[in-house]
Design a protein around this ligand. Structure first.
Ligand code: HEM
Length: 423
């Protein structure tokens, strides 16, 4: 059924929000992830001298990196998918008790793993890595089970989620392998670059490319006709396969993979513009300022990979932070609107209109500006060997968190007053 929007445009959502889980399922992960992001930012300020020297192999730096990757990036992704999968694939959400147990296992695993790095206790590190592996397996089983039960077509979105979940599991396999190598149980073997490539391009990259196939048309009210979303995903996946092939051939294959990732970013950018051009929304949604800035950073990271420059990872991290915080300016108000809409009489889809009134229009622009500035400062800190730059870029992350919380809370409070109870 096509539904009229407040500005009179007709647009057909392809999701079933009646299937959304209780808000605790996404918020437990997403809220905790903000705490880990803050911790990673504080640590990055503390370790600025090491970052400026490029001492990325120090155990404390690796610990900080995983507060960001496993604590912020992966926890956010897991929480958002807890909400997104039932809604998009029209299946029952997982039971809340199961979500909470899975969350606690992951949290204990992550804290144990990080404690191992902090104390240089490689046995503790391996135990933490194994608990994390169990938690990721249990979470993946939940997602894959829901996909299996869905009657939706096995299209690019379906395959994209499957591939990203596979990527997440390959990441922990390589991670545990490296953790055991610290104990001397395996021979030293260079899998770190493949661990990083799989984490960033398969787990995070394919997930982003998949989720935005739904988000971008929804926020711009576009049908996205004639856009071949599979293309950038195939290029991203091809780059990951080359990274794996580099294990048994030459590390130079990573450069070719970097070339494919340049193609991914270029096509994703072109497709974003095509989706927006078909948009029926009468106002430009500033979330796309943040999304555009993130894709510029991904492009820069891919180009740096062609030169095998380690700064590629840093720039990709900033891209992911910018992208996630931008989308969250729209996703978090929607989650809150859904809770309110379910309590009010009338159809639940009024949550769409309530969320429209409850999001901060300018926050994505703030995220874009701070994201680009933070990335530039991190790179400058390393190139000039100046810790002050890295310390400022860590402070920018704290500013991002503060502005996200303050602007989000203010606009939700104002929007609740303005939003119509019935469309
Ligand atoms: C259970 C999951 C994971 C385990 C057990 C694990 C384990 C490890 C270990 C042991 C290292 C150090 C390797 C070395 O220096 O020789 C490492 C490095 C790294 N991992 Fe993970 N990891 C996991 C998940 C992830 C995820 C999800 C991401 C990204 C989304 C990630 C990104 C990285 C990066 C960027 C480095 C390099 C850090 C540096 O050199 O400072 N890891 N990982």
């Amino acid at each position: 059924m096509e539904r009229p929007t407040p500005d009179g445009v007709r647009y057909q959502p392809t999701i079933n929000i009646e299937k959304a889980p209780r808000i605790v399922a996404p918020i437990l992960y997403v809220g905790t992830a903000y705490g880990f992001l803050g911790l990673a930012a504080l640590l990055s300020i503390n370790y600025a001298p090491w970052l400026a020297r490029g001492d990325y192999g120090y155990p404390l730096v690796i610990m900080m990196v995983h507060f960001f990757t496993l604590g912020f990036l992966s926890m956010t992704a897991m929480g958002i998918l807890n909400q997104w999968i039932p809604v998009v694939f029209d299946v029952e959400p997982l039971r809340v008790r199961r979500v909470i147990v899975n969350f606690l296992l992951y949290l204990v695993g992550l804290l144990t793993f990080e404690w191992g790095f902090q104390q240089h206790e490689w046995g503790v590190l391996a135990v933490g890595g194994s608990l994390l592996a169990l938690a990721i397996l249990a979470w993946s089983a939940g997602v894959l089970g829901q996909l299996h039960r869905s009657s939706k077509p096995h299209d690019v979105v379906y395959r994209g989620i499957q591939s990203a979940v596979l990527g997440f599991n390959l990441v922990w396999v390589l991670g545990v392998f490296m953790a055991l190598a610290f104990l001397g149980w395996w021979p030293e073997y260079q899998v770190l670059r493949v661990h990083i490539a799989t984490a960033l391009a398969a787990w995070m990259g394919l997930l982003i490319l998949t989720v935005q196939q739904k988000l971008n048309p929804m926020f711009s009210m576009s049908r996205a006709e004639g856009v071949n979303f599979a293309l950038p995903m195939v290029l991203a996946g091809g780059g990951v396969l080359l990274a794996w092939a580099s294990l048994v051939t030459s590390p130079l294959l990573i450069r070719v993979g970097g070339g494919l990732w340049v193609g991914t970013a270029v096509f994703a950018g072109i497709q974003l513009v095509r989706v927006l051009k078909q948009g029926k929304s009468k106002t430009f949604d500033r979330v796309f300022v943040g999304v555009g800035a993130a894709w510029l950073l991904f492009l820069a990271a891919a180009i740096l990979t062609v030169w095998l420059n380690p700064l590629a990872v840093l720039v990709a991290f900033w891209g992911m932070l910018t992208l996630i915080l931008s989308y969250q300016t729209r996703i978090l108000p929607f989650m809150v609107a859904l809770v309110v809409a379910k309590r009010l009489p009338g159809p639940v889809f009024k949550a769409f209109f309530m969320a429209q009134a409850m999001h901060s229009k300018n926050q994505p622009v703030i995220v874009a500006v701070l994201g680009l500035a933070g990335a530039a400062l991190s790179v400058a800190g390393r190139l000039k060997g100046a810790p002050a730059f890295d310390a400022v870029s860590g402070t920018i992350i704290l500013l991002l968190i503060a502005s996200q919380i303050v602007n989000g809370a203010l606009s939700m409070a104002q929007g609740r007053k303005r939003a119509p109870a019935r469309p």
